[in-house]
Design a protein around this ligand. Structure first.
Ligand SMILES: Nc1ncnc2c1ncn2[C@@H]1O[C@H](COP(=O)(O)OP(=O)(O)O)[C@@H](O)[C@H]1O
Ligand SMILES: [Mg+2]
Length: 388
């Protein structure tokens, strides 16, 4: 039996990573270009399923190719301590005179004594000192081998609820950047988690540092990339697409990376005699749409406030871009009021401006999802005309 090559799982590296060459080139450039390069500190945002985790993995691969040390973390409670532990372990590998002992993690024999168990606020200093020491070793090694490497930290699922630890990490990295060390920090999260974190508030220094970081807004990829993403894994598996089947599959993905994997997976699963036919693709697309509703639309809508959700429901009455004027009328609010929703939803990357005064959905099929699941919401003026 041929194994289905597609990987429709969040965080799983796809069989063909497509459409991210430009941004990966930027990161490669940043790693090579030396300390102070702006892209070395980056914040990646985008909706679920757009490929943030996949991109972080690819950046780590790049770093590894360039001979860099990298640490990969998720921004859940305790990540700063976990980073310290990773750094200690790495340090231990650099010098046999430094010994890492058990859970207390103490560096022995050089007068360096790192304790990071509890004291809040201390974590930041500990992190900074252990990273400094690690970077010293990396520099030493680079000198010896005539190379230029460094340390990359990736932090996934960036979230404003972890603000304290993020500040600890940002503070340490900010210092290291100022000291011209070879450090790179690439973070990723959904806009609704990241935007509040970076919001201008109390003039906090490390937060300002992150706000000025390179911003990568990950979006959809073009159809020609989608085609490669769908076709290559199938061909590599010894299968093939019927021409029209591939055309409709490409269309159905709407440039959305998660859909490449879902449509690919279910179309492939329905193939007969190694051929993905029009009917295999058709039922594959249908299953993929259902799945994307459960895996992306439902949680994305759950992140929003009731009022923001209502705005989207009102939009879903239109077959294409919605006029803000119409939405305001449907919601019985002033256009100014509707505009504050509009701004917030654009910031959350749920909608985008098309032409002046018009907005459209960012996520493919969310219109259909809203119609299907929120049809009980009845607005008085479905045609956008006032009945007054
Ligand atoms: N550039 C890409 N090309 C093809 N498939 C991709 C690409 N980026 C992500 N994917 C696939 O899309 C799905 C979601 O990717 P993931 O990185 O988990 O998204 P996010 O972290 O933004 O939620 C995964 O199944 C992954 O394999
Ligand atoms: Mg992810």
């Amino acid at each position: 039996m041929v194994i289905n090559p597609f990987k429709p799982t969040l965080g799983a590296t796809p069989p063909a990573l497509v459409g991210r060459e430009a941004v990966l080139d930027e990161f490669r450039f940043a790693l090579r270009n030396g300390p102070g390069t702006h892209e070395r500190v980056s914040v990646v945002t985008g909706p679920r399923g757009i490929g943030k985790t996949t991109l972080l993995n690819a950046v780590e691969d790049l770093a590894a190719e360039e001979g860099w040390v990298f640490f990969s973390e998720t921004a859940t409670t305790g990540f700063v301590n976990r980073l310290i532990a990773q750094a200690m372990k790495e340090l231990a590998g650099f010098s046999s005179s430094r010994r890492v002992s058990g859970a207390g993690v103490q560096v022995m024999g050089t007068g360096v004594n790192v304790q990071f168990e509890s004291q809040p606020g201390m974590a930041q200093l500990e992190l900074r000192s252990v990273l400094t020491e690690l970077l010293d070793h990396i520099d030493e090694r680079d000198k010896k081998f005539g190379q230029h490497t460094g340390l990359l930290i990736t932090l996934d699922e960036l979230h404003h609820l972890q603000r304290k630890e993020v500040i600890d990490l940002a503070t340490a990295v900010q210092h290291l950047v100022r000291e011209n060390r070879n450090i790179s920090l690439v973070m990723a999260g959904i806009p609704s988690s990241v935007v509040p974190l970076l919001a201008n508030e109390d003039g906090n220094n490390p937060i300002t540092f992150l706000r000025r970081a390179n911003r990568v807004v990950l979006g959809i990829v073009s159809d020609s990339y989608v085609r490669v993403g769908l076709e290559k894994p199938v061909t590599d598996a010894g299968y093939r697409w019927e021409g029209p089947a591939l055309d409709s599959a490409v269309n159905a993905c709407a440039g959305y990376p998660f859909l490449i994997q879902l449509v690919g997976q279910y179309s492939f699963a329905n193939a007969s005699d190694g051929v993905v036919t029009a009917s295999s693709a058709e039922s594959g697309i249908e299953t993929a749409r259902r799945k994307i509703g459960q895996l992306v639309h439902e949680p994305a809508l759950a992140d929003l406030s009731d009022t923001d959700r209502t705005f989207l429901i009102a939009m879903s009455q239109d077959d294409g871009p919605s006029a803000i004027r119409d939405i305001a009328e449907r919601l019985h609010v002033s256009p100014q009021y509707a505009n504050t929703y509009r701004k917030r939803l654009i910031e959350a990357e749920m909608i985008e401006s098309t032409e002046r005064g018009f907005v459209d959905f960012t996520l493919p099929y969310i219109r259909e999802y809203l119609r299907e699941h929120y049809a009980q919401h009845v607005f008085f003026d479905t045609d956008g005309e006032s009945d007054a």
